[in-house]
Write a protein of this length. Structure first.
Length: 156
């Protein structure tokens, strides 16, 4: 049976299993079900779910150095976390705790770089409410303009 999870999972697998760039996004306003969808996809497909804010060893490690932490630092960490997972896709949720500390230009720089991380060993799915579809599309590689699902307008 072709359930909505299977359809969504197939879409993300297509983006995340590319040879070149393997990053996709779930975007939308707060309380639109992004985290719920991310967790359910992980449960359904056996993907890895990382809650950047609540899981120990991630956001809490930035205490005392949050002001100097830059987009390149986070991109490096994303590559490292991808290398450490054995699942085919890593979903990183709650990045907005860090992204909201940055200026808009730094946020755009991160999205631009994260969408072009080379040689990731697994697919990477990022969850955020800070990017609108039109903004994100302008930051994605030209071949990946639709490498996201926008849940704006959806209510939980």
């Amino acid at each position: 049976m072709n359930t909505p999870y299977e359809q969504t999972g197939a879409l993300f697998r297509a983006y995340c299993n590319q040879l070149r760039y393997r990053t996709a996004w779930i975007i939308g306003a707060p309380l639109t079900g992004k985290s719920t969808l991310a967790r359910q996809l992980c449960t359904h497909f056996g993907w890895r779910y990382l809650n950047y804010t609540l899981d120990e060893g991630y956001f809490d490690q930035l205490q005392g150095r949050l002001e100097t932490y830059q987009p390149d630092d986070l991109c490096h960490e994303l590559s490292r976390w991808s290398a450490a997972t054995t699942q085919s896709i890593l979903i990183v949720d709650e990045l907005d705790a860090l992204l909201s500390c940055w200026q808009p230009q730094q946020q755009r720089s991160f999205a631009h770089r994260a969408s072009r991380l080379p040689e990731l060993p697994c697919g990477l799915l990022l969850v955020s409410n800070l990017f609108e579809a039109t903004t994100l599309e302008s930051l994605l590689p030209p071949s990946d303009r639709r490498a996201y699902i926008d849940l704006s307008g959806v209510s939980q």
